[in-house]
Ligand binder design. Structure first.
Ligand code: NAD
Length: 283
């Protein structure tokens, strides 16, 4: 069965739309997300534009702050400081990756943990590890919301997560291993130095592929009936497309899908759920 992120995200958006009207009826203002984009990276521009569009669709206020590629770190820090202090702003996100001359970690740590809707601040990451209420990074949160939406039983299952980034791999491994529903999985986290990755995947009930290598997960790595969550999005040159590229996931969908009980498509799987989760965090 296809796990359609678009459909699950639409139901979250509908819920949030209703919640916004309740806020407005009680005389309160709508949630306000401020997004900062530094430079002209095509993929980043597209991601930020989708987030801003989603805000408009559900009645959130949003502000997009476009900064020049050569913006220095102090200027960016001062913009963040202003947003931190602005009581009319609820959530702040800085679209990553940043240009090489800016230290990303310094920027992440400059955002007030109370407005850190991307959940990358060490305070939120630490709370997540301890199972405390926190902002959960949008992609892993979106995956959990999708499992919940489709009522997928995860308890006791063996989940293999490929990738250990702070944005996806590590937080999803923590969430899936948590004492929660969805959750309660036995989790193996794999990375570029894992020796027996194929064998580990072959024993997985759930595979979360988040390594950024197009079509890396092949049919011979997946057991029959597995649940496969494909997080990867890579732009691969494709002359037949108007844009000049096609979006590829980390899973070889054509060969893997027939073996799965559930699988996410790319695009239309984890991507829309990531935005829906960001909206939930902002709300
Ligand atoms: P990253 O580059 O920060 O991390 C990749 C991880 O994969 C690393 O931990 C690395 O150790 C591991 N890895 C690399 N090669 C490997 C190999 N051969 N075997 C095992 N592990 C390997 O990437 P990221 O930010 O976590 O993103 C991963 C992918 O997910 C990318 O394609 C990215 O575009 C996509 N992504 C999608 C969404 C979404 O909304 N759908 C959001 C975030 C990231």
């Amino acid at each position: 069965m296809l796990l359609e992120g678009k459909i699950a995200a639409a139901s979250i958006n509908e819920f949030l739309k209703r919640e916004v009207s309740v806020l407005l009826e009680s005389g309160k203002r709508p949630p306000h997300l401020a997004a900062i984009l530094v430079g002209e990276d095509g993929a980043s521009k597209t991601y930020v534009a989708s987030k801003i569009k989603n805000c408009a669709e559900i009645g959130f206020k949003s502000s997009l702050i476009n900064l020049h590629e050569k913006t220095d770190i102090n200027e960016l820090l001062s913009v963040i400081q202003t947003l931190n202090q602005d009581t009319g702003v609820d959530g702040i996100l800085v679209q990553l990756p940043l240009p090489n001359h800016i230290d990303e970690q310094k920027i992440i740590e400059a955002i007030s943990p109370d407005k850190d809707v991307d959940g990358f601040h060490p305070v939120n990451a630490g709370k997540l590890v301890q199972g405390l209420a926190s902002f959960i990074p949008a992609t892993p949160y979106g995956i959990m919301l999708m499992l919940e939406h489709y009522n997928i039983e995860t308890k006791g299952k063996h989940a293999v997560v490929i990738g250990r980034s702070n944005i996806v791999g590590r937080p999803i491994s923590i969430l899936l291993s948590g004492n929660s529903n969805p959750g309660n999985c036995t989790v193996t986290i794999c990375h570029s130095h894992t020796r027996n990755l194929v064998e580990l995947c072959q024993h997985a009930d759930i595979i979360v592929a988040a390594l950024g290598k197009p079509e890396f997960v092949k049919a011979d790595m997946v057991k029959n009936g597995a649940i496969v969550i494909d997080v990867g999005i890579t732009r691969v040159p494709d002359a037949s497309k108007k844009s000049g590229f096609a979006l590829k996931g980390d899973v070889d969908y054509a060969s893997v899908a027939p073996k799965c009980s559930f699988i996410t498509p790319v695009p239309g799987g984890v991507g829309p759920m990531t935005i829906a989760a960001l909206m939930k965090n902002t709300f």
